[in-house]
Design a protein around this ligand. Structure first.
Ligand code: ZN
Ligand code: ZN
Ligand code: ZN
Ligand code: ZN
Ligand code: ZN
Length: 247
């Protein structure tokens, strides 16, 4: 009864996708796939919403493809609970043929596609028309001639692989300069501390030398005084003898 032209990809889910063969009741008579957004007509037959709407658009009599009873388009109802139950069925990743061995709930399919390493994606760089597995993107990007990325230093220059190696980023230069300056400032501060320590040591040494000098002077003075005393003594004895001579 099903019209082969109606087996469009917009109909139900491919039966082959499911880990376990889906129950016969879950198959849409029009597309032979597993019901996608199931709706029930007044005659109680169930189809994918898209399939029955397309069918009614094409057939003049507006009848059910299963029982030929008239179908009123405004009297078909979406079966939310059944839809949710179908969403919980386990499927294989559609990229199984490319190497993905994941199984997941049907409702998680689009989420998985966004991260599946075996999903075929176009190279994200403008102008590149290569299609590749997501897992190969990094390797491809390293050689893609359309690869563009703003300089990681944030200078605003957009770099390609060719210009990246030559890029002499002023931001990087400035950062290096600033790092060197901070290092120099640290060295200067350390030297200044050392200088101050040396200065205070010198002050102490001067003070000690002064003390030593003072004590040396005192000793000299003492010696001089002693010498003078000796002289006085010596001249005293001389006068003594001359007085003796005089007498
Ligand atoms: Zn269908
Ligand atoms: Zn029917
Ligand atoms: Zn996958
Ligand atoms: Zn590319
Ligand atoms: Zn830069």
């Amino acid at each position: 009864m099903a019209d082969p032209d109606m087996s469009l990809p917009s109909g139900g889910y491919d039966v082959e996708l499911f880990v376990d063969t889906p129950d016969y009741d879950l198959i849409c008579t029009i597309c032979q796939g597993v019901l996608r957004c199931p709706v029930r007509a007044a005659c109680n037959h169930i189809f994918c919403k898209k399939c029955i709407l397309q069918w009614l658009k094409r057939c003049r009599q507006q009848t059910c493809p299963c029982c030929r009873k008239p179908v009123n388009q405004s009297l078909i109802f979406v079966m939310f609970k059944l839809s949710k139950a179908i969403g919980r069925l386990k499927i294989k990743c559609k990229n199984e043929i490319r190497g993905c061995s994941d199984t997941l709930a049907l409702s998680e399919q689009s989420g998985h596609s966004m991260s599946c390493l075996f999903e075929l994606i176009p190279c994200p760089y403008q102008g590149c028309h290569v299609q590749l597995l997501r897992r190969d993107l990094d390797a491809h990007a390293r050689n893609c001639e359309h690869w563009r990325q703003p300089c990681h230093m944030g200078c605003g220059t957009v770099l390609s692989h060719r210009t990246q190696t030559k890029h002499n980023c002023y931001r990087q230069l400035r950062q290096e300069y600033e790092a060197r300056q901070t290092k120099h400032q640290a060295v200067a501060a350390a030297l200044q501390r050392k200088l101050r320590r040396m200065q205070s040591t010198m002050v102490q040494m001067k003070r000690q030398i002064g003390l030593i000098c003072e004590s040396l002077e005192v000793m000299n003075d003492l010696e001089e005084v002693e010498e003078e005393e000796d002289l006085v003594e010596a001249s005293g004895s001389g006068s003594f003898s001359s007085s003796n001579n005089n007498s």
